[in-house]
Design a protein around this ligand. Sequence first.
Ligand SMILES: Cc1ncc(COP(=O)(O)O)c(C=O)c1O
Length: 461
Amino acid sequence: MTEDLIYKKDIYFPSHLGTNDNLITLLNRATRILCDWFSKAEKYGPLPFDENFKCLMPDEDGNSTEDLFSDIQSLLNNSFNPVHPGSLAHLDPPPLIFSILGDLIAAGLNNNLLAYELSPSITLLEDSLCKWFAKKIGFNDSSGGIAASGGTLSNLNALIAARHNSGLGSDPNSVLLISEDAHSSFIKCTRIMGLDEANLIRIKTDNNGSMDIKNLIETIDKCLINKKKIFAIVATLGTTVRGAIDPIKDISEICKKRNIWLHVDGSIGGIFAVTSIPIKGLNCINQANSITINPQKIIGITKTSSLLLVAEMRTLENTFSTGLPYLSSKEDIINRGEIGIQGSRPAEVIKLWLGLRFLGLKGIEDILKSSIKRKDFFIKNISKNKYDIFSGPLHIISFIPKGITPKDSDFWTKTKVNELIKNNFMLSRPKFKGKYFLRVVMGNYNTNESHIEQLLRLLEN
Ligand SMILES: Cc1ncc(COP(=O)(O)O)c(C=O)c1O
């Protein structure tokens, strides 16, 4: 073997023999660059992007270490920075430090959640952590869950299981009921399931943004008359635009009475259920058949981190199991590629597990309480004469000037978003009820009251 080949082999993969000094040096250097990027957030702002950013493609010969570190630096210099205190646009908080470590370890392990033999310890870990969550929210011993790469996939896993377990198969008359403020991922889910817009029925919301129960009952009755078969009702625990919560208790009673699967989309608010923070409706989410929880959205578990919890684990097995003919299995241990849509899947559970072990229940509660406190401070101090404000029990606020027309709302929000980003505040502009709003998501632990005061002063101008 020539010197060159030995060198190349050494840097392709970690060595099973040596000390991996080369890899350690690279990791140290990458860590330093990353931490430098965090600490310079204030200097560069939440969204420093240079239009001339070049996406360099692979060359014939591999690039040098120096080239690659320059690529990494350029990528960081042109990335959204979630640790900046002005990053308040979306449900993308700063990354929890032990989750960053978890991602590193998961990448190095390169285990596969497809099957027990490819990830023995992590298969058990994911199963145990799902069961831990399921117990915390009040499910019984037959419950469990599965991780998925994001809330959309968790919702999709749930709906496919709901339809399968209702015995509707691919019946074109099967329908899903959601509130008009539910997340757009349900549109995707129905399309993927071979259904169309007519199979997705939207229930009106009340002034608080919660599902209107009277309209729900009327709609269910209408479905029966029209021979539509409801395979699930979705209750949202934290709507995307204003953080509203549907009346889960009432919906669950209706579902029980009519034998309909209840899915709770707790992508935003579900994590509150493991704390003692008093939020209406949380204590009865154990009445649901399935619940999506997305710890990436508030507590900073690095993306992606989402769980689908189910009251009956067998409902996932019934739906997704194929026998996986090319992998062996062990009695009493389910290959986790057999209980959800995804096959090969990274060990995302490590960053969730480490993050939660690091925080403990007190740490989770601290982060969630602080996000509500920032929301309350913002609402207390924003001019009520000037703005219509839409918010709920969670940490999201959407607002617009009173009496603004839909056309002017488009112009106003665009202008404001541009003005604010020049002052290092990043807000979003969701379209809601025909108008554009400005939205603040108070999930950034680095944002303090003086930042919020500064933001409010900019909004006053
Ligand atoms: C309420 C709700 N459900 C589901 C989703 C989809 O989650 P993801 O983007 O992780 O797929 C979102 C995303 O913001 C959401 O707000």
